[in-house]
Ligand binder design. Structure first.
Ligand code: SF4
Length: 326
């Protein structure tokens, strides 16, 4: 591990000043400390923001939920409002990591976690994300777990967060705090596809931090859920996943929010699937037809062609679980 200094911010202003001066924010530390041990990350200054007042879950005026960035994953899972209104969120969190990690890791840190690409974590391998311009060892290496959507010639790594897939499906908003005040960014614009600059992963400006994620008020009743497909049943990242939320009224699907994980360089919204669903009556034939659009635009690699079919089946199954029908 490289030498670094550590500051504990007592308040928001102190944190933002330290962030503007180049400090790296840390809260639960469940990703960053690992990466520092492996020398993948080498921050010179850590700014501990754990004491900031960003640990509440509140109902918004519009009837949505605002989840503070420092809310622990386990706290969000246990929150009655999250469980009742957005089961897709609590399910995605419960299927993430171990109980110990969920007790430490925060919602903000979960969104900001870095890829599980093995080459990214091996400092002897070429990796444009870790070292811009060095190449991408995964392109012609072992790429079974890598992305099939949103890739570029510079990087094909997946984003590892489960709850970010649920936030993408629900069309959440990210609230950011920075030296110039507060601003909001649609969640679907917050995480960046790699393009030619895979080292740029998010829309945060220098010194900014995540204050909260806001879930929109959606028409009720809203049924939702998260399905994660992986090589083993616990403590594993997704090969594919599907977050689905449906508002069905009068026997017709009025709202459909669908996103996929484990397949994209960012959590992958599926508008073509959603369009197939809206205005239709739930049925198994509809789920099958809609899920055929889940892999539109996919560019599989040598070892992950199986993800194309697996993604369609994952989406179809979760549509059936959430939407029912015959
Ligand atoms: Fe690095 Fe991305 Fe290539 Fe993995 S896929 S080696 S993270 S550039």
């Amino acid at each position: 591990m490289h030498p670094f200094s550590y500051t504990r911010a007592a308040g928001t202003r102190q944190a933002l000043d330290a962030g503007r001066a180049g400090g790296r924010y840390i809260a639960g530390g469940t990703t960053l400390v690992d990466l520092m041990r492996e020398t993948v990350e080498r921050p010179r200054t850590l700014v501990d923001i754990s004491a900031l007042p960003l640990r509440e879950i509140t109902v918004t005026r519009r009837g949505g939920l605002r989840i503070g960035a420092l809310v622990r994953m386990s706290e969000a899972v246990a929150h009655r409002g999250v469980r009742a209104l957005y089961p897709v969120i609590s399910q995605a969190l419960e299927l993430s990591a171990s109980a110990q990690l969920r007790n430490m890791a925060t919602i903000g840190g979960n969104i900001m976690q870095r890829t599980r690409c093995a080459y990214f974590r091996d400092v002897s391998a070429a990796c444009n994300k870790r070292e811009p311009g060095s190449g991408c060892a995964a392109l012609h290496g072992v790429n079974r777990t890598h992305a099939i959507l949103g890739t570029s010639d510079a990087c094909v790594a997946t984003h590892p967060s489960d709850v970010a897939v649920a936030f993408t499906a629900l069309e959440a908003t990210v609230h950011l705090l920075g030296p110039d005040g507060e601003r909001t960014v649609p969640f679907t614009d917050f995480l960046l596809r790699p393009g030619n600059t895979p080292d740029r992963e998010h829309a945060l400006r220098k010194g900014e931090l995540i204050a909260a994620v806001e879930l929109p008020a959606l028409p009720r009743p809203l049924k939702s859920g998260y399905l994660k497909v992986r090589d083993r049943q616990s403590y594993e990242f997704a090969l594919t996943s599907a977050a689905v939320a449906l508002h069905i009224s009068g026997g017709v699907i009025r709202e459909a929010r669908v996103a996929a994980g484990g397949v994209g360089t960012v959590p992958w919204k599926l508008p073509a699937v959603e369009r197939q669903l809206i205005g239709q009556r739930p049925s198994h034939a509809l789920w099958t037809r809609a899920a055929q659009r889940a892999a539109d635009g996919a560019r599989p690699l040598q070892h992950n062609r199986f993800k194309v079919e697996l993604l369609k089946r994952t989406v179809e199954r979760q549509l059936r679980v959430v939407g029912g029908g015959k």
